[in-house]
Each structure stands twice: as structure tokens, then as C-alpha cells.
Design a protein around this ligand. Structure first.
Ligand SMILES: [Zn+2]
Length: 259
């Protein structure tokens, strides 16, 4: 199957190829990931996703097209809803930054495929600058928010697995071109006065994320190929929407469940 911008997100493409977001679905909940692949569970885009798409399409030069096919971003009187006025504000801010615009000056939404960990992968890059860099655009809540994982501080990049995402992009680009390119997140946030930065992810961090994923992939491949039964996480939207009550539980079960 040859991928293009029309079929990249199709069910057929998602069945034939792994993508980073699909693998993240599997790591969250196997049953949920399979339901999405099989078309049994469809998620309408959320407002944060639409804000991201709004800014993406501006850089791609397809903003007018995006507006035309996304009526939900407008109020009844035809003006933009406040979330998308925020997106406009973000665009005006990043346009003033030479470094940001340079990072976003590459070829937009470039699709490549490759093989990794015994599976076929597809990637779509926000800004690919041949011989120079791979850049992914992120519109985040707050750029400098930190969270904790196992007692360690982490930024939004580790929290949302953007280092894994670019680690995969780097390897697939290497397979296609022979070049190992620097990987950058061009990030801007949604504060009234947006914070923004271009973040170079160290190669060691990309390599570490690839290695971490390697040992998880066989299980994911087995589940996707129907050779293993998908496990239900028990608490995601999909699991709650499809759960069957089979027995009485005890108060303590509620506490264990929430851990
Ligand atoms: Zn689940």
C-alpha cells in the first residue's frame, strides 16, 4: 500500500503500518488500540487537537481549506470561537521569531515508511529540512510545566512521549536517506502571552527511547496480528464504555483499581 495525504490516516493504512500514536495507544490500553484499528471505537477530535491542526495547517499553507472543512471552530455569527482566536494569537507570535520560522521552513507533512522492530512503520513530519533537521510542531498547554514520573521530574516532551516520536522519525528518515538528522520540537504554548522555544532532543535520548520500545514491540505486534488477546486496562474511556459487570466487588477493590 502506497501512502499519501488522502489515505495516511485511513483504517487500511493503520492496519498495514504502525505509527507512533498507534503504539502509544497500545501502551495505554491494548483493547482500546485494537478497537480503534478495527473501526469499532471512533474519537472525534478534541479542542486541543483542533487548535494544533489549526496552527499546523497555517504552516502547511492550507488554513483556508482547514477552516472550510471544520465548521465547529466557528460561532453561530461566523466569527472564530475563542480557542481559535488563541490559535491566531499563537501564529502571530511565532511569526516574529526567526529561529522558530526557520525550524518550520521545511517540507510540510512529509510521509515516509520503513521497517523497525520487525514491523512496518509510517511517519508524517511537520517540517522536514533535507540534510538538516526533522522538526515537529507542538502546541502545548504550558511549555515549562513539569510533572513527576517515578519521582523524577519530566518536561512535556517526556510526559507525552515526543522523544519516542522523534526517535522513530529519525530512524525512518535514516532508512530512507542514509542520514541521521537532528530532531527538534518547535513548541509554543497557549498562555495569553505564549511561551515558545525550539528544543533539540539529544540523540542519546532518542536512542534510549527506541531501545525502551524495542522490548515492548513483540507483544504489540502479536496483539495487532491477532496472535494474542488484547488486554483491557479497565479504566480508559473505551474500557468504561464497554465494561460488563460480572461480580460484586469489595471497597478495597476500588482503591487498588485507582492506583
Ligand atoms: Zn482500556
Amino acid at each position: 500500500m502506497k501512502l499519501n495525504n488522502d489515505n495516511y490516516y485511513s483504517q487500511k493504512a493503520n492496519q498495514a503500518y504502525f505509527s507512533v500514536s498507534q503504539v502509544k495507544d497500545f501502551l495505554k490500553c491494548e483493547a482500546y488500540a485494537m478497537a480503534k484499528i478495527n473501526g469499532e471505537w471512533v474519537e472525534p477530535p478534541t479542542t486541543p487537537m483542533l487548535i494544533g491542526s489549526y496552527v499546523d495547517s497555517y504552516f502547511e499553507g492550507t488554513l483556508e481549506d482547514f477552516k472550510a472543512r471544520t465548521p465547529e471552530i466557528f460561532k453561530k455569527d461566523g466569527s472564530l470561537k475563542s480557542d481559535y482566536i488563541k490559535a491566531e494569537n499563537i501564529i502571530q507570535r511565532v511569526e516574529k521569531e526567526v529561529l522558530f520560522m526557520k525550524c518550520m521552513s521545511g517540507k510540510k507533512q512529509v510521509i515516509m515508511t520503513g521497517e523497525l522492530f520487525g514491523a512496518k512503520w509510517k511517519i508524517k513530519m511537520d517540517s522536514y529540512i533535507p540534510h538538516e533537521a526533522i522538526v515537529d510542531l507542538k502546541v502545548v498547554q504550558k511549555l515549562r510545566d513539569v510533572s513527576y514520573k517515578n519521582g523524577w521530574k519530566q518536561s512535556f516532551i517526556e510526559k507525552w512521549g515526543y522523544d519516542l516520536q522523534l526517535g522513530i522519525y529519525q530512524e525512518i528518515v535514516r532508512q530512507n536517506t542514509g542520514e541521521t538528522l537532528p530532531c527538534i520540537i518547535a513548541a509554543v504554548d497557549k498562555q495569553e502571552y505564549p511561551d515558545l522555544d525550539c528544543i533539540l532532543i539529544p540523540d542519546e535520548q532518542l536512542e534510549f527511547q527506541r531501545r525502551e520500545l524495542r522490548w515492548k514491540m513483540q507483544r504489540i505486534i502479536d496483539v495487532k496480528n491477532f496472535n494474542e488477546e488484547p488486554k483491557r486496562c479497565g479504566h480508559c474511556d473505551y474500557c468504561r464504555a464497554t465494561k460488563k459487570l460480572e461480580k460484586l466487588i469489595l471497597p478495597d477493590d476500588l482503591i487498588v483499581f485507582n492506583q
